[in-house]
Design a protein around this ligand. Structure first.
Ligand SMILES: [Zn+2]
Length: 92
């Protein structure tokens, strides 16, 4: 038995919001969202957005999102990246 009796029910692992300038830590009762981008299925980058799911949350590449605002910011980053990439490809 350790002297430090710190039996704090912390959510494990810790999830931090991926939103730009956010970084909020997930609590136990928050309603969070999950987002990820993948071009695996259709050959073009697709942005996925779904309600929190523990199984998906631990997958590599999944973004943890604290709320609608951060989801919108990440979506706009995703769109921006696509435009940037297509401009680069066209470039010269
Ligand atoms: Zn956030």
């Amino acid at each position: 038995m350790s002297a430090a009796n710190s039996k704090v029910p912390t959510p494990n692992p810790f999830y931090r919001c991926a939103g730009p300038n956010c970084g909020v830590l997930k609590g136990t009762s928050d309603h969070w969202w999950l987002m990820w981008a993948s071009s695996e299925k259709f050959g073009v980058p697709v942005l996925y957005l779904c309600p929190w799911d523990e199984e998906i949350a631990v997958k590599e590449g999944t973004l943890h999102v604290c709320g609608e605002l951060c989801a919108q910011r990440l979506q706009s980053m995703f769109l921006g990246n696509i435009l940037e990439n297509s401009q680069k490809r066209r470039g010269k």
